[in-house]
Design a protein around this ligand. Structure first.
Ligand code: ZN
Length: 403
């Protein structure tokens, strides 16, 4: 079977795991469905004759025993994840893991001596505990025990306890022996599609600051309270939503973005002036100074709005990580490999976070994007071309063979 057909078969097999009736997939990290995804991918790899090992946090690595039989060999790691958000798509993460497996298969078929391990990192998505790229953060030393204990799902269980419940160690040793880290991923945006391109070489990865902004005013009767004595928390929040958009748009040239993704309004009924409104903000960028300007502008505006309307203000940052630059050398070499194969491409930043970002202080990191239809991801409509995944594998192989 050729690689394209093999990938089609693999995706079709995985389609049965965590499938929802509406065509989406729910494969949450550190759950049975993620376990089933990993076990199924290991099934594919066993048929190809590969071995595997699992680290202390449950990340799984696939390798060719003929090219060094343990995790201590200096190796190229090609990795991504197989978990999804609630009602997510089938290509986010999975495309990168299966691409790695295709590369490993080709290395074996061609009798090459290139030690590659294919990694499947646990819980890349942040939808349950609010922390993204958990498995790769754990083994790259990017997360503290306090953060794991503070991150709680709705029923109050912490991520720290969840990891322990699954039989893993929340304080694992740092990963060693990496020569370089490579990842293929769907773009999750519309840049490649809008340019009619099949490949992007990633230059940097934006990182979000996430925060809650809470305005507390006074709940009053909507009929009996004159306009001039109200303390309406929702109106202040509304003004801040507009300001988040404006502050980020002012940094358009530096590619910073700002989003109000959540509004929690109390009591949220027809006849009461809102007394408490909380906004969930996500502000990110690849230029830290630019992102900081957006952040400071939003914080200042929130203070001014609270003062103007006599409200209490509470700002609570939930997470903040730094944007990272990927290896320039790898960007050049991946571009050269694509050129050699006549695959037209661009060098571009990633607006979304990926496991790759956690390895920049450990080894050179390179990343490839393939387009996804309409830029849609984290949704049942997420779609990508298997042929584009194969083309991505071609570029990875070309690079690995000539370097
Ligand atoms: Zn992903």
């Amino acid at each position: 079977m050729n690689d394209l057909d093999l990938l089609i078969t693999w995706f079709a097999t995985l389609d049965k795991i965590g499938a929802n009736e509406d065509g989406s997939f729910s494969r949450l990290g550190y759950t049975d469905t993620e376990d089933a995804m990993i076990a199924t991918v290991l099934g594919f790899s066993e048929l190809l004759g590969f071995g595997c090992y699992t680290d202390e946090v449950g990340n799984t690595f696939i390798y060719d025993k003929a090219l060094g039989d343990n995790s201590k060999v200096e190796r190229t790691l090609i990795a991504s994840h197989v978990d999804s958000v609630v009602s997510g798509g089938k290509y986010d993460g999975v495309a990168g893991v299966l691409a790695g497996l295709i590369v490993l298969k080709r290395i074996k078929e061609q009798g090459l001596n290139i030690p590659v391990h294919v990694g499947i990192f646990r819980m890349e998505e942040s939808s349950v505990f609010g922390i993204a790229t958990t498995g790769s953060k754990l083994v790259s030393g990017q997360i503290t025990e306090a953060t794991l204990k503070n991150a709680k799902e709705q029923n109050g269980v912490s991520l720290y306890d969840r990891i322990k419940e699954c039989g893993f160690n929340p304080n694992p040793p740092k990963i060693t022996g990496l020569k370089q880290y490579l990842e293929l991923h769907i773009e999750q945006g519309r840049v490649l599609e809008s340019k009619g391109l099949k490949l992007g070489v990633v230059s940097s990865i934006a990182a979000p600051v996430r925060m809650w902004v809470k305005f507390t005013g006074k709940q009053d009767h909507s009929g009996a309270t004159p306009m001039d004595i109200r303390k309406d928390s929702l109106v202040a929040a509304a003004e801040l939503v507009i300001h988040v958009e404006q502050a980020a748009t002012n940094e358009l040239n530096n590619a910073s973005v700002g989003t109000t993704g959540i509004i929690r309004n109390t009591p949220n009924v027809f006849n009461v002036v809102p007394g408490e409104t909380t906004l969930g903000l996500d502000i990110r960028g690849i230029d830290k100074a630019s992102r900081q300007r957006v952040l400071e502008s939003v914080e200042l505006k929130a203070k001014q709005l609270a003062e103007k309307r006599g409200l209490e203000l509470d700002i609570n940052k939930v997470s903040s990580s730094d944007p990272v630059k990927l290896s320039t050398d790898l960007q050049n070499k991946l571009s050269a490999a694509a050129n050699k194969l006549n695959i037209e491409h661009i060098v571009m930043p990633s607006g979304a976070g990926h496991d790759a970002m956690n390895f920049v202080d450990i080894c050179p990191v390179g990343m490839l994007f393939i387009p996804c239809v309409d830029g849609i991801s984290h949704n049942k409509l997420e779609s990508a071309s298997i042929a584009d995944i194969v083309a991505g594998c071609d570029v990875l192989m070309e690079y690995l063979k000539s370097n």
